[in-house]
Design a protein around this ligand. Sequence first.
Ligand code: NIG
Ligand code: FE
Length: 410
Amino acid sequence: MSTITHYDLLLAGLHLATLDGDGWGEVRDGAIGVVGDTLAFVGPVDSLPAHASWTARRDFDGAWATPGLVDCHTHLVYAGNRAGEFERRLQGVSYEQIAREGGGILSTVRHTRAAGPDALADASRPRLAALAAEGATTVEIKSGYGLERETELRQLAVAKRLGAELDVDVRTTLLAAHAVPPEFDGRPEAWIDVVCEDIVPAAARARLADAVDVFCDTIGFTRAQARRVFDAARANGLPVKLHAEQLSDQDGAALAAEYDALSADHLEWLSPRGVDAMARAGTIAVLLPGAFYALRETRLPPIDALRAKGVPMAVATDSNPGTSPTTSPLLMLNMACTLFRLTPQEALAGMTHVAARALGLRDRGKLRAGLRADVAVYAIDEPAELAWRFGAQPCLGTLRGGVPHWTEAR
Ligand code: NIG
Ligand code: FE
C-alpha cells in the first residue's frame, strides 16, 4: 500500500475529537491531510509521513476539529413565520388546537404555496447558512409545507438548489403526509391515495427525494395510513423515516422498525415495546430537544431505555416554524444534555456519525482517513465545551467535501 505524502490541504495546530474509537477519540497536537474530497491523514502531527508536502496549509492555535455536524432532521424550506401563533400558545392555546383550527402546519402551507421558487429560496437560505456557520456540513431537509404535488416538489428542488449554492450536502425527504391539505379536509384517505399514487412516484422519478417521511400522530396520520405511504416508498425504491410518538403513542416506531426505517424521530411517547422493536431492527432514534423545549413538553423520550437497549441516538434541530424555530445545532447539543441528560459525547456522536446513519450515510461522521473530508473547527479548550455553552458561536469554519469555508478571523 503506498502512503500518500502530498495533500491538497493540510490543517495543523489542532486537537482532534475524531469520535473514532473510545470516547472522544482524542488526538492532541493533531493534523488533518486532505486529498480531493477525502481525508487522507488524521493523526498526531509528528506522525505525518516523512517528506509530506501540501498545496495549501492552515495552522491553528490549539483549536479543536470535529467531524462536520450532520443535521439529520429539518423542515427549513418554508415561507412566512408563526410568531403570532407563538403568542397564542403563550396565552395557553395548545399546538394541537391551533392545528385543528387550520393554523399550525396549514398556515405555513398557505405561505409556502404562495411563494415562487426564488422567494422560497430567499426565505430559506439564511437558515441553511446559519446551520453551516455553526459547523453543519450535511443537512437533511423535508418537504411537507406544500401538500400538493407542485409545491412539495418545489420545496425539494429549492432544498437541493440551496445545498448547491451554499456548498452544503443537502439530503431531501418527501413529507407530503405531514398534514391533510385543506382541499382534502375530512378525507385523509383520499389524500394518502394522492401521496402514494402520484407524489411519491413523481418525487422518485424526478430524483428529488432521498427518503420518505410521515407524521404519524393524532393531528397527523394513522399507523395504517403511514403503512400505505411506506409501501409506496418501498415500491419506488425509497427508504423511510417516521415522525413517531411525538404527541401520543401510536405505536409508530414499531411500524418504522418493521419497514427497516432509517430512523424514528421525536419519540417522547415511545413505549417499551417500541424501544424493543427499534433495538431489534437497528432503527436510529432521532431526538429533537428543540421541539420538546418549544412545546414545553414534560414527557421525556425514554433515554435510559434506548441507551440500555443499544438504540443509537441522533440529535437534530428539527428546524421548523412551528415547534422548533431554531437554526442552532450547537444549542441542540446543549439541550440534548440539559433536557434529555445525554452526555456531551453522546450528543456530539448524535449529531455526527449517528446522524449520518439516520440518513443512510456511512462515509462521514468521524475523522478517519478514507472518509469524506467533512470537518468542523472550533475555538474551544475541550470538546465538551460545545455542549456546555449555549448561545456561543465558536465555529471557525468547516471543510465540506474537502473545500474550506473559513469564517472571519475572530
Ligand atoms: O417536527 N410534528 C410535525 N412536524 C414538525 C412541526 C411542523 C410545524 O408545526 O410546522 C415537527 O415538530
Ligand atoms: Fe419534524
